[in-house]
Design a protein. Structure first.
Length: 529
């Protein structure tokens, strides 16, 4: 005895009751008779299936030929009356045949024609349209008609209309949804040609038993938007949707029906999946965004397999509701157009424990409502976050950028150092005009002037290094504010002793001849050597 394995939990109790009294159930226990025994009585069907679409099934060595679909047939073959209840006849399984065929064609069954529920509601199943024991017919005379074929009947005189009533025979639920939505005027109850207004003449589609490529599907056809704009001519894809707004990263394959449901909801929402929702929910419309984030600091957040709450929704609050609504923009934060405070709150969800951001809320940038995205790109490459941010400093600090164009400057343009080597962009006091910062920041690189000195230059007790030096750049050597040492010193020491002859060429005109230790001395009050 051999039990056919349940390849798919395919039949609900209600489905198995529908038609089960006419044929044996499947799967079931039993012994196999073999293909040769089947051929003895069913030679015509045997020849048809070997010349048709299911040839691979009956010829596969790992399957059971005819009994792959009809189940164990020995009891049926041994019965003198050939009792049909001893063999499975799939067309007599009723609605259960959909799941039966779904053992191999599960994906096709789920999305068949986009209207499986409608077919079932109309009393149609797989075997209503598909003949399993059928040789592959020769090519139809209209086999070359494009999927998005033209609706011009003058150009295709042999292609006629069938009317909405004919369409409703297979698609009753589609028509019900259409009547309840924005396109109610196209429903069968309002107009005879409603369906074919968008789907084109349907005679060939009907004559071939529903061949998909012989009817227009605007949601799949390359010219789908043109179908919609035949009635909605005023809706320009760019100006209408993105006028005065930042255009998001959208996939090039999007059409009108990506966001807009023409027929509305045709069946109840499926039961919620136990699996967590991932970024894949965003990938249909925003595929380019994944490529942008690859290899960046947000690489992990931007992977398709990352849970949505830890991925796209971590930076875009409302992402799941946005996806479920078909792309309603008001349900998700774009971040680029949001306020500085919202950006800061969103970024701090992941970065709140970073020590560099401890004083962010009271910092100069925050007080002036400079947003995170004003400086930081979410797509910055790993290891280049600081440099990427500092390239944007000059967008606001243009005067400082001009100072770095001076012949003598700190090597910021050469990328040997950066703005944040001296300035704390997230801190409360980023300006170097504060004595504490000047004493701390300058001597990080110029440690020979750190001190403390017994006799310090008085400048270090008031305004510090910038009394004599331009911090960013100057036309003078050593970034001095004045062209000569004498002019530099006289800014503060105009009360020099009278014997300091300032006549051109006198020794006292160069202060450094005597006061060599201008930054501080440990043995000379007047900063002598």
């Amino acid at each position: 005895m051999f039990v056919v394995p349940p390849l798919l939990a395919w039949a609900s109790p209600s489905a198995r009751q529908d038609g089960q009294e006419k044929t044996a159930p499947f799967p079931r226990a039993g012994s196999y008779a073999g293909e040769a025994v089947c051929k003895d009585c069913h030679e015509e069907q045997w020849e048809a299936i070997h010349g048709g679409a299911h040839r691979a099934v009956v010829e596969a060595s790992e399957l059971r030929a005819c009994e792959t679909c009809h189940g164990p047939g020995k009891a049926h073959a041994d019965d003198d009356d050939n009792d049909t209840l001893l063999i499975t006849h799939p067309p007599d399984l009723g609605r259960g045949v959909v799941a039966f065929c779904g053992r191999c064609h599960a994906e096709a069954a789920r999305a068949h024609g986009g209207d499986l529920q409608g077919f079932l509601a109309a009393g149609k199943t797989c075997t209503t349209c598909h003949e399993v024991h059928r040789k592959t017919p020769p090519a139809a005379p209209h086999a070359g008609v494009a999927f998005f074929m033209r609706r011009d009947q003058a150009a295709h005189a042999d292609i006629g209309r069938v009317g909405a009533a004919k369409c409703v025979e297979c698609h009753p639920l589609r028509d019900q949804a259409l009547a309840a939505g924005a396109h109610a005027h196209l429903a069968a109850s309002h107009t005879a040609d409603g369906c074919e207004t968008c789907h084109g003449p349907g005679s060939l589609h009907v004559e071939t038993g529903g061949l998909a490529r012989l009817i227009t599907r605007p949601d799949r056809a390359g010219d789908g938007p043109a179908t919609c704009r035949s009635c909605h001519e005023e809706v320009d894809p760019q100006d209408f949707h993105w006028k005065d707004r930042r255009k998001p990263l959208l996939s090039s394959t999007l059409t009108c029906t990506t966001c807009h449901s023409i027929h509305g909801r045709v069946s109840p929402d499926p039961a919620p999946s136990a699996a967590p929702v991932t970024n894949e929910a965003c990938g249909t419309c925003h595929e380019p965004a994944f490529a942008v984030l690859e290899g960046t600091i947000h690489d992990t957040l931007g992977r398709r397999t990352t849970p949505l709450a830890e991925g796209c929704a971590a930076c875009h609050p409302g992402a799941l509701a946005h996806a479920e609504s078909g792309g309603k923009p008001s349900l998700v934060e774009s971040m680029h157009s949001s306020s500085a405070s919202l950006q800061q709150d969103t970024c701090l969800r992941c970065h709140e424990h970073e020590s560099a951001l401890a004083h962010l809320a009271v910092g100069s940038h925050a007080r002036h409502e400079v947003s995170c995205l004003s400086c930081h790109s979410p797509a910055a490459k790993r290891g280049e976050v600081r440099r990427d941010a500092e390239t944007k400093c000059t967008a606001c600090h243009q005067a400082v950028a001009a100072e770095f164009a001076q012949p003598n400057h700190h090597p910021v343009p050469e990328h040997a150092m950066g703005c944040s080597d001296c300035h704390d962009p997230h801190g409360a006091r980023p300006k170097l005009r504060d004595l504490e910062l000047r004493q701390d920041r300058c001597v990080r690189c110029h440690s020979q002037y750190r001190g403390p000195f017994v006799f310090a230059h008085q400048a270090s007790r008031s305004d510090g290094c910038v009394v004599c030096h331009q911090p960013h750049g100057a036309s003078n050597k050593r970034l001095l504010r004045q062209h000569t040492t004498q002019q530099n010193c006289l800014q503060c020491h105009a009360d020099f002793p009278i014997f300091h002859d300032q006549t051109a060429g006198a020794v006292f005109t160069n202060c450094l001849n005597c006061h060599t230790e201008v930054h501080g001395s440990n043995h000379a009050r007047y900063l002598f050597r």
